[in-house]
Design a protein around this ligand. Structure first.
Ligand code: GLA
Length: 392
């Protein structure tokens, strides 16, 4: 009985509904306006991001969603129809433009009356907003808790004896929009953003979501990025095809981290099978930014069809080793040095299933390191990483 119950539980954890598996078989990749443009984003910025995804080769590397974050909204009219503001003269035309580039179009709202930026949310307008998104040709919705937290606080106050009152209200609100999206008949990736409150990895699939934020916001600093990235330990069992943990969008290219720090960022995110949503001004990328965002081996680790999220193998002070199982019996390994000096970091290949040795490829050096046996050690610069693909 006990064994059966455990088995049933692991089956639930491993499989997302079939429509989710089709929509997001691998972690969604693209670009989102927030981390760089924040509240100033315009139609022109989004068109330019779409153009640049194509011109730089990012689209062909897998970055296909072009997502407008908060602050596109104007006013609701007397019929309840929400109109975009002056910075977005024609959302349907913008979506059409993005689609002509072979890309997909994403948008943003909140289950609350207001978004985090104070713009109109979808509270009590879920079905009509979902229909409007579908009519515009929206392919992705980020749904951000924001002001709905006050509805949750009220539920808590109104039901002091029900410890789940706020949580249940939030889940119902997320389900309402999930159902509304499904009812449109258009495949729309549903991305929950509620900062990891109440373990969305446990209920996200039940509201129709394909991904959910696991943490509060990232910013363009090494400290914040590693705090988020390394706190993802233990969540791997909740991810898989159609259901992904989202440690927030990328900051690569925004300028406040070093090259080694951005490589650590990208390495951690691909080991975590995280959605890869670039958050920089794509028109101002350096060759280094491009080489980090478009490293083919790194992207292949993230997008591996096995769909396994990686997890921590060892930790000793500021040194960490993380692994991610890949298809074909291969394993991706990240050797991380969070200290302020160069340090040696090692992995025993026997500990990751290669007792008789293995072939190693260094992802950032883009070099095959040949066949190695036993303990592999590399000297890693401060805040840096060596990312390996290990195969028989
Ligand atoms: C929250 C989200 C961010 C961004 C902003 C927009 O903070 O977590 O990712 O969407 O709102 O206001």
């Amino acid at each position: 009985m006990r064994i059966l119950a455990t088995l049933a539980c692991s089956i639930v954890l491993a499989a997302a509904p079939a429509f989710s598996q089709q929509l997001a078989a691998t972690p969604p990749m693209g670009w989102n306006s927030w981390n760089h443009f924040a509240g100033h984003v315009t139609d022109e910025d989004v068109r330019s991001a779409a153009d640049t995804l194509v011109n730089t080769g990012m689209r062909d590397a897998g970055y296909i969603y072009v997502n407008v974050d908060d602050t596109w909204q104007g006013q609701r009219d007397a019929q309840g129809v929400l109109h975009p503001n002056d910075r977005f003269p024609d959302m349907k035309a913008l979506a059409d433009y993005v689609h002509t580039k072979g890309l997909k179009f994403g948008i943003y709202s909140s289950p609350g009356a207001k978004t985090c930026g104070g713009y109109a949310g979808s509270l009590d307008h879920e079905a009509e907003d979902a229909k409007m998104y579908a009519a515009w040709g929206v392919d992705f919705l980020k749904y951000d808790l924001c002001s709905f937290q006050s509805n949750m606080n009220k539920a808590k106050a109104d039901h002091p004896n029900d410890p789940n009152a706020a949580r249940d209200l939030m889940i119902a609100a997320y389900k309402k929009m999930g159902d509304a999206l499904k009812a449109t008949g258009r495949p729309i990736v549903y991305s929950l953003c509620q900062y990891g409150v109440d373990q969305p990895w446990k209920w996200g699939p039940s509201v129709g979501a394909q991904m959910w934020r696991t943490t509060d916001d990232i910013d363009d600093s090494y400290g914040r990025m590693v705090t988020i990235g390394f706190s993802q330990a233990g969540l791997s069992k909740y991810a898989g095809p159609g259901h992904w943990n989202d440690p927030d969008m990328l900051e690569v290219g925004n300028g406040k981290m070093t090259e080694d720090e951005y490589k650590t960022h990208m390495s951690l995110w691909v080991l975590l099978a995280a959605p890869l949503l670039a958050g920089n001004d794509l028109s101002k990328m350096t060759d280094t930014d491009k080489s980090i965002l478009m490293n083919k081996d790194a992207i292949a680790i993230d997008q591996d069809l096995l769909g396994k999220q990686g997890d921590r193998l060892y930790q000793s002070g500021d040194l960490d080793v993380w692994t991610k199982p890949l298809s074909g019996g291969r394993v991706a390994v990240g050797l991380f040095n969070r200290s302020w000096d160069n340090r040696d970091v090692s992995v025993n290949l026997a500990d990751i299933g290669f007792k008789n040795g293995a072939n190693l490829r260094d992802v950032w050096k883009q070099q095959d390191l040949g066949h190695r046996k036993g303990v592999f050690t590399d000297t890693i610069p401060k805040h840096g990483v060596t990312l390996l693909i290990v195969s028989k």
